[in-house]
Design a protein around this ligand. Structure first.
Ligand code: HGY
Ligand code: MN
Ligand code: MN
Length: 412
């Protein structure tokens, strides 16, 4: 038996081939959850899982698993993965790096003739991004018991199609119950999606924990009217109230807590006509912090700002919280396993927190969990120009390989 090693050529070819699926002209990808491109991506993954000799299963949420047995086949497995659904016109690295690296790790184990004590499973979670179907991390959330299956299958996209129908349509509504049935640990490799590793000139991030966040949906009901004859003091303009809230969100992040961030990312204006006073606006607010009390306080302040803006403009407004994820520290054991793996590999690393949500947020509620980051060039993500140097991707996969080997072989 030799030491398992990442096969750079195989890994790179798969990454490039995979990202031809749903490729955009600007060099990104468009593979939103349960789209035809997402189906093609799933088909490709299953083909590669089978070629690698993994035992494949699909659960009721369309989460895809590939299992490699260990000496102790009844032992709780080590789970390794991420997601392949993308933002609309998103980046080529977000999620995909983690799933393809997990597959590459199992291939490296097989090439080396390594038999682990525990089984190891690669997973590709459904609906991590939450852009087509909210909330995000839906597949891992049902698996971890955070959402029930009926709620998840009932979530609808902007055209009113349900998650369950679309999962059926693309042929990925599996039979396996979507629930955890014993896990030793979970590891996820992901691009940082922020500037820290690049600023520090370090290739590996050992992630200590993830920010908590809240997603709010706000509807504002005003009064459509003619943009010309309607006197300014006789208007109920739904967009003016919305704009007030958006600037208030920016203001409160300046005073609400050191690491507090806030975004108004999605705005739908009706009737969206140049000469009609906006009658109805539906928009979203995303607030995050590593401190749960800061998130809770920010949510209350946004609610107050919505109410004050509605009063000022004489419109009606309603705030619905779509989801709240608690900030949480990852498992010390997993963190030290990853740090030891990075040292063994000779890669410099820093410890940091994740401002982005990941499936690991929910896995961390049910099993010891750890994450590895690799740098995002210019800290860019959720954009077609998202980029990570390939040598950093390989370094991350190398650390993942060593960490999973330790976890699967009673070395952790
Ligand atoms: O919103 C997030 O942080 C993740 O991309 N779903
Ligand atoms: Mn992601
Ligand atoms: Mn993302």
């Amino acid at each position: 038996m030799t030491d398992p090693a990442i096969d750079d050529r195989r890994f790179r070819e798969r990454f490039e081939e995979f990202n031809r699926i749903g490729a955009t002209d600007a060099g990104g990808v468009n593979r939103p959850s349960l789209s035809d491109a997402n189906r093609e991506a799933r088909d490709t993954l299953l083909e590669w899982f089978r070629e690698a000799g993994l035992e494949v299963r699909i659960d009721e949420m369309g989460n895809l698993f590939g299992r490699r047995e260990g000496r102790e086949s009844g032992a709780d497995p080590v789970l390794v993965g991420s997601h392949v659904d993308s933002q609309y016109n998103g980046g080529r690295y977000d999620g995909v790096v983690g799933v393809l690296a997990a597959l590459e790790v199992l291939e490296a184990f097989a090439d080396a003739g390594l038999e682990t004590d525990r089984p190891v499973e690669v997973v590709s979670w459904s609906n991590e991004e939450g852009v087509r179907f909210q909330p995000d991390m839906l597949g891992s959330g049902v698996y971890a018991g955070r959402f029930d299956l009926e709620y998840a299958h009932g979530r609808t996209d902007d055209e009113g199609r349900t998650f369950g129908e679309e999962l059926e349509r693309i042929g990925y509504r599996g039979e396996t119950p979507c629930e955890a049935d014993g896990l030793h640990s979970y590891f996820e490799l992901h691009v940082e999606q922020g500037p820290i590793l690049e600023d520090r000139g370090v290739p590996i991030g050992v992630v200590e924990g993830v920010f908590g966040f809240s997603w709010l949906d706000v509807t504002v009901e005003g009064q459509a009217d003619h943009a010309g004859p309607t006197p300014m003091d006789d208007r109920a303009d739904a967009f003016v109230a919305t704009a007030d809230v958006a600037t208030a969100v920016r203001r409160l992040t300046a005073t609400g807590g050191d690491d507090l961030v806030g975004t108004v990312g999605s705005v739908d204006v009706q009737p969206n006509a140049i000469n009609v006073i906006p009658e109805r606006v539906e928009f979203t607010v995303d607030v995050r912090s590593y401190d749960n009390a800061t998130v809770a306080d920010a949510v209350e302040r946004v609610r107050r700002e919505v109410s004050a803006a509605a009063d000022r403009e004489g419109v009606r407004a309603e705030v619905t919280e779509i989801m709240r994820v608690e900030a949480d520290a990852f498992d010390d054991g997993c963190i030290e396993t990853i740090a030891a793996a990075a040292e063994e590999a000779g890669h410099e690393y820093v410890r940091l927190k994740s401002g982005a949500g990941h499936d690991a947020n929910y896995l961390n509620e049910i099993a010891p969990t750890g994450m590895i980051f690799v740098p995002s060039v210019d800290g860019v993500s959720h954009r077609e120009s998202e980029y990570t140097e390939w040598e950093d991707v390989v370094a991350g996969a190398d650390v993942l390989c060593r960490a999973v080997r330790r976890a699967a072989s009673h070395q952790s």
